[in-house]
Design a protein around this ligand. Structure first.
Ligand code: PNW
Length: 494
């Protein structure tokens, strides 16, 4: 059976067309190219056909002023109705796989599995059938940030019970789609939705930094481990699929060569990636020791009777350790890290716990997102760090991309992709990093969370003013189709 990961698992470097200087840059034959989206960002149809309310519905409706352009995902790119057009675009691109996410409240309107929305099941079944008809493999994310509001009313990811509800939801997905999908991602970027959602101003906007973000992370890790084990017990034998998780990792480069900045950068990597990767991918499991040590110590100094970072039981450590068949990695940009020499503030804060001050070089080329600067060499360093830290795990780049202003002439996007793919090629061929696939974010423009429609990542432009949300290929779509179809970087591209 076709699957994203079964291709990956028989991946071998014999397929690699190794290049000398000035020769064509080609990826191994088995290497796969795809595109990604997420349910809330493209589907629209927020309250039709039985879908329940998500935290992003509630948040954008009750706080439109917090979204940069006051828009929301009510209609977005309307992929709920236009998914066939989306699949046509993928066919034009010639990509081998499509990474999309399932909306939990579209499947389970109140979050719980006692009530299944058959129209939701039907929608994803039609999408999966359409992909199959076009020979495009699915890579499915179970959770890309759109929690059912009813579960948020119980505390969302800060309530330990949610791990069991997530298992119930995952079981519904395996039962409904497991014959069509065999490569799954439990979560997209737990760092982002715990840090920004529970520690900051993304939905649900809890802004409990240094506290709720850690509770969220703890329960996400428990939920992930439980789903992995449940799949092994109940589905692996018949469905023969693979379950992984997507983590985000911007490269953290020391701002100077001083020992303290080198150390600070390493601590930041552990807080950003290690928080989720160490419990799952390291040999010892559990939180990174430096994270445990710093948060325990600072909590004590702040007069807390116990650490703000929760503790796993030894059974949980074992359950979570090794609970992924592969790593999904999202990488966009690079930061510089300096040691934070300020005194410990009395109130909890993730940034204080982490102890680094992040910046970016003004001369790094910009995107349309303040946080995203173009630094391809950081990609290669990030991949090498992952290789060394976690025994070179099978890795799929599940997102990489750039936002620009609207317009079809996006040569800067072509340059971004080209630069990052060169870095990736070096990481694979020269450094032997075990990366087996690359996903461009995004297939089409979409609702960019708190930035609304103002930041555009698409290979296809979406005209939000048109009634049928017209999609038009950008220059970069032509470039990426060459890459996806030849698995080589075009020698010249204008
Ligand atoms: C990702 N960073 O988020 C998300 O998975 C997507 O939903 C989103 O549209 C996309 O990137 C573009 O923003 C990230 O600060 C947000 O390094 C921020 C960072 C990385 C990823």
């Amino acid at each position: 059976m076709d699957s994203v990961l079964s291709y990956f698992l028989c991946f071998a470097f014999i397929g690699a067309r190794v290049t000398a200087e000035n020769e064509k840059i080609c990826f191994p034959n088995k290497f796969l190219f795809g595109v990604a989206t997420a349910a809330y960002q493209i589907e629209g149809a927020w309250n039709v056909s039985g879908k329940g309310e998500s935290i992003w519905d509630r948040y954008t409706h009750s706080h439109p002023e917090r979204v940069f352009d006051h828009h929301n995902g009510d209609t977005a790119a309307d992929s709920y109705h236009l998914f066939k057009r989306d699949v046509d675009m993928m066919e034009q691109l010639g990509v081998q796989f499509y990474r999309f996410s399932v909306s939990w409240p579209r499947i389970l309107p109140n979050g719980l599995s006692n009530e299944i929305n058959e129209d939701g099941i039907k929608y994803y079944t039609l999408l999966l059938d359409e992909l199959k008809a076009h020979n495009i493999m699915p890579l499915v994310t179970m959770y890309h940030w759109d929690l059912p509001q009813s579960l948020q009313d119980l505390g969302g990811w800060t309530n330990p019970i949610i791990a069991d509800y997530f298992v119930d939801y995952a079981r519904v997905l395996f039962e409904a789609f497991g014959d069509k999908v065999d490569t799954w991602l439990t979560f997209n970027e737990p760092f982002s939705f715990c840090f920004d959602g529970y520690g900051g101003y993304d939905a649900p906007g809890a802004h409990g930094s240094g506290f709720e973000d850690y509770l969220c992370g703890h329960n996400v890790l428990r939920a992930h481990g439980k789903v992995y084990r449940m799949y092994q017990q109940e589905f692996a034998e018949t469905q023969k699929g693979h379950v992984g998780i997507t983590l985000d990792f911007a490269w953290q480069e020391p701002a100077t060569t001083s020992d303290e900045d080198q150390h600070a950068a390493e601590v930041v990597r552990q807080f950003f990636l290690g928080w989720f990767a160490h419990p799952i991918f390291s040999e010892t499991g559990d939180y990174p020791p430096i994270m445990r040590k710093r948060i325990d110590y600072i909590s004590k100094r702040q007069n807390f009777p116990r650490s703000r970072l929760p503790t796993f039981t030894s059974d949980e450590i074992r359950m979570i350790r090794g609970s992924a068949d592969f790593l999904g990695l999202n990488h966009y940009t690079t930061y510089l890290v300096k040691r934070n020499r300020n005194k410990i503030a009395p109130q909890p804060s993730f940034m204080t716990d982490m102890g680094g001050i992040l910046s970016q070089k003004p001369e790094w080329p910009k995107s349309n997102s303040t946080w995203l600067k173009v630094v391809p060499w950081g990609f290669r360093k990030a991949l090498n760090w992952v290789k060394a830290a976690y025994n070179n795990p099978i890795t799929i780049i599940t997102e990489n991309g750039i936002s620009l202003e609207p317009g079809l002439q996006d040569s800067r996007r072509v340059n971004y992709i080209d630069g990052y793919l060169r870095a990736l090629h070096n990481a694979i061929i020269k450094d032997k990093c075990n990366v087996v696939g690359y996903t461009y974010w995004s297939l089409l423009d979409n609702f960019e969370w708190m930035r609304g429609f103002s930041e555009r990542f698409g290979l296809y432009e979406v005209n939000y003013d048109s009634t049928n949300k017209t999609r038009t290929a950008r220059i970069s779509a032509g470039y990426y189709s060459k890459v996806a179809q030849t698995k080589c970087l075009p020698v010249s591209w204008v």
